[in-house]
Design a protein around this ligand. Structure first.
Ligand SMILES: [Zn+2]
Length: 202
């Protein structure tokens, strides 16, 4: 699973050699398109979440100061990094819980040049398990913080939740593609590219 997390993206040159025999289908995500989808999803989430926030908490008093802006920016940056780490961890947890993939088969990392974070396993997983693992971070680092933000009336957390929901755009795109295939078919994640190999099973 590869997630766009911000920054500039450049197309990666060179070739990758695959030694798996003939997948039935390959699901691929265009990273440039994903960047746009991610930005729109973030903006949409911001509007929706702030709408709910205004209805529930009616925060009509604002006080801006250099100190408060600095504090919010610092909190946001720390929170963003922490939630991205958690987002990737929850993909791994999904592989473990839903596909019984062993921890040692997994890899996680960040490619700052490409502006992506990734969590992957070299194990075959069922389509149903992969779809659950794809959406687990959206629920736990997007929806849960959003609900929490509204409950504790925190705009910083609300903005963070919107960014993390936007950051799940790639996961949604993969999910939609995988919906087209039967649940028991097997999926293998590409360790380097936003690509999934789909294998037909009986
Ligand atoms: Zn993800």
């Amino acid at each position: 699973m590869i997630d766009y997390i911000g920054g500039t993206f450049r197309k990666r040159g060179g070739f990758i050699v695959y030694n798996y025999d003939n997948p039935t289908a390959i699901v691929e995500i265009d990273l440039l398109k994903l960047v746009k989808q991610s930005i729109w999803l973030t903006i949409g989430s911001l509007i929706a979440l702030f709408g709910i926030h205004f209805i529930v908490n009616a925060p009509f008093h604002f006080a801006f100061s250099f100190r408060s802006i600095l504090k919010t920016t610092t909190l946001f940056s720390i929170g963003y990094v922490a939630l991205i780490v958690l987002h990737e961890f929850f993909h791994l947890l999904g592989f473990r819980l839903f596909a019984q993939a062993p921890w040692h088969s997994m890899k996680v990392g960040v490619d700052l040049k490409q502006g992506i974070a990734y969590a992957t396993t070299d194990r075959f997983m069922t389509n149903a398990a992969v779809r659950k693992a794809l959406l687990l971070p959206f629920w736990l680092t997007g929806i849960v913080p959003a609900i929490l933000a509204i409950l504790i009336n925190s705009t910083t957390l609300l903005v963070l939740a919107a960014f993390l929901i936007g950051g799940a755009a790639g996961d949604f795109a993969m999910y939609r593609q995988l919906k087209r295939f039967p649940n028991h078919w097997l999926i293998k994640d590409d360790p380097k590219m936003p690509k999934l190999y789909v294998y037909k099973t009986k």
